[in-house]
Design a binder for this molecule. Structure first.
Ligand code: RB5
Length: 146
């Protein structure tokens, strides 16, 4: 599985830690930057991550900024993206199972790396349940066309 990962200046150290963690578990990771603490604008990186996911270049995406909020707002503007901003593992897991989320966002200024790894594990370990959730996700897709 290939995971696109990106971040702004507030989260490049967290990104490096999560990237190494994922690679250690055998995932292929597409690093879309940024890679320093020089100030950047998170929507630029949200766009790169979102486009990698909807094009199929990556299977899933992880977007990290200071709070995770800016990244999640921006990336959810991209058609086909269902991004979730999580600070705990339960919502991360359920977002895959019920909402078929395809991008995980979190805040490097909100949670520490060990909790982030737990959230990532729960998110990647879960899969879409289908069943009655299919119609609901289809209604989310329909909103993109209205
Ligand atoms: C950057 O200072 C900060 O605004 C950004 O990382 C993020 O938290 C935005 O939502």
């Amino acid at each position: 599985m290939k995971i696109a990962i990106g971040n702004d200046h507030a989260a490049f150290e967290m990104k490096n830690e999560i990237k190494a963690y994922l690679e250690g578990k055998g995932y292929e990771v597409l690093n879309l930057g940024c890679d320093s603490g020089d100030r950047v604008d998170y929507p630029d990186y949200a766009e790169k991550i979102g486009k990698a996911v909807v094009s199929g270049e990556a299977d899933l995406g992880i977007a990290i900024c200071g709070t995770g909020v800016g990244m999640s707002i921006a990336i959810n503007k991209i058609r086909g993206i269902r991004a979730v901003c999580c600070s705990e593992p339960y919502s991360a897991k359920l977002s895959r199972m019920h909402n078929d989320s395809n991008v995980l966002c979190f805040g490097a200024r909100v949670i520490g790396p060990e909790l982030a790894k737990m959230i990532v594990d729960e998110w990647l370990g879960a899969s879409f349940m289908g069943e009655h959730h299919i119609a609901r996700v289809d209604k989310i897709r329909a909103l993109e066309n209205r």
